[in-house]
Design a protein around this ligand. Sequence first.
Ligand code: BGC
Length: 365
Amino acid sequence: MRYKDLYLKSIEIIRKNQSNYGLYIASPNFNNYKYCWLRDSTFIAYSMDLCGNNSSSRKYYCGINDILKVRSKKVEQLIDTYNKSGFIDKKNILPARFSLEGKITGTDWPEFQIDGYGIFLWGLVKHLEITGELNLLETTFKDSIDIVVKYLTNFWNVPNYDCWEENGDRINTSTIVCVYGGLKSILGTKKDKIITDSCDKIKTFFHNFCVKNNHIIKYIGAELVDSSLLWCSVPFGIVDAEDYIMLNTVEKIESLLSKTGLKRYYMDEYYGGGEWPLLTAFLGWYYLTIGNIRGARKMLKLVLKSADKNYMLPEQTPFNLYFPEKYYFWKNKWGEIAKPLLWSHAMYVIIYCLLQRERNIKNDS
Ligand code: BGC
């Protein structure tokens, strides 16, 4: 199988699985993933931006914009209730996922996951930078941005579910880092006192509570790392990629969570705790950032290897499992591991494009 074949197939899979409303399904063949998650979808949109399919990502951002702008009142109410009583009224939160027509799903899924909204702001700014239309932040997208900024600046330090939809009673490091990255992206386009203050507070909080024994920790009170901590440097930049706490964190992620690909966290039970191609790609992205091109290429190859003969990438591969019996438990409960997972394909496209760009720069110089 060739690198380029998987690249082209990935774009095809992503485009085919975008709804008329602009939303990307997490996985078309897995019942519980027949929705659009903001987290997955924004990285998917970014992959479309990198490979020149900007109309696909524009459709996504317009779809989310329409969904969000009508929720302004609910967010105001949510903040008001919270400020008066400290109570988070779940019926007014911004959900983690939507139906493909942009509706609330009405299931009992843990919806209070604010990381996706930080990722959304980051992705939207990237999209408009790439298309050269940052002015739309103040027009077309203004209402939805204002709502999300209000939401994040009020709730960044309130416990909510992490990017793996777990630990809802914790303050999860990768979540606050996504919030930071999103707010900071907006700040890169305009001056705003509330956003500046929030970013400063988040950064101070991060250094005071999310770093222990010279490395970053999964959530406040934890000892261990999580692969999503890679996002602290790239793409969300709360620490420099070569800062010693980041280097120590990556070293821990590599030694604890990586064998032939990257796992989410130590003793993960979901489908036995296999290796996630999308995380392997994130490690490649990190390597690229610190100039380790060879490492990045190796990660690209590992992701390629996890595709099946039809060029489909799964959510995880059941290798080096912590709990083989849990693999069967989840398989009986929810079916085979989700495949194709659009987020996995998107991450392959991202790292493929970034490596390609690196090569062009080299050839040019
Ligand atoms: C993952 C989430 C993801 C969702 C949809 C969950 O199993 O933990 O990160 O957003 O699936 O792909």
